[in-house]
Design a binder for this molecule. Structure first.
Ligand SMILES: [Zn+2]
Length: 150
């Protein structure tokens, strides 16, 4: 069986490691900027022209950004933007996803930290020691009565 000292030192090591991980995610959250809450995807569709190749399954593909706002999904075609803007939008969408990933990881690490705090508390907390009036006083379970004979 492991000693309590060993267990405490293992938990302390874990707390330090988790604290480092938390600080990493917090740092990335603090540094986050220019976020677009959306997803860039490829939309495939038919154009409606009955003579077009898309009728035979070669669907038209276009890059769109899918934005969720108040429960509704809005699709904005990116094809009408200049390439430089498309690249910037895609980067900002990635920034948002990275932000969310760091947020989720920070939450997980924080939960693990709380568990480690609870674990170390169990090792560190102890009862109030029995009251001793003077040196040599032996508690016999009957309290101070044993000293009355003096
Ligand atoms: Zn077509």
């Amino acid at each position: 069986m492991k000693s309590a000292t060993h267990a405490i030192s293992t938990i302390k090591q874990r707390i330090r490691q988790l604290s480092g991980e938390l600080s990493y995610h917090v740092d990335r959250i603090i540094k986050a900027k220019d976020l677009i809450k959306g997803t860039v995807c490829i939309q495939k569709k038919k154009c409606g022209n009955s003579h077009c190749r898309c009728v035979r399954g070669a669907l038209h593909q276009s890059k769109v950004i899918s934005l969720s706002h108040q429960g509704k999904t809005r699709l904005i075609p990116l094809t009408k933007y200049p390439l430089i803007d498309i690249m910037r939008i895609e980067r900002q969408v990635k920034n948002y996803q990275l932000f969310r990933r760091n947020r989720a990881q920070a939450v997980q690490v924080f939960k693990a930290l709380i568990e480690a705090f609870n674990a170390i508390e169990q090792y560190l907390v102890h009862e109030v020691p029995s009251y001793r009036r003077e040196a040599g006083y032996e508690q016999d379970g009957r309290g101070s009565r044993s000293k009355k004979s003096h």
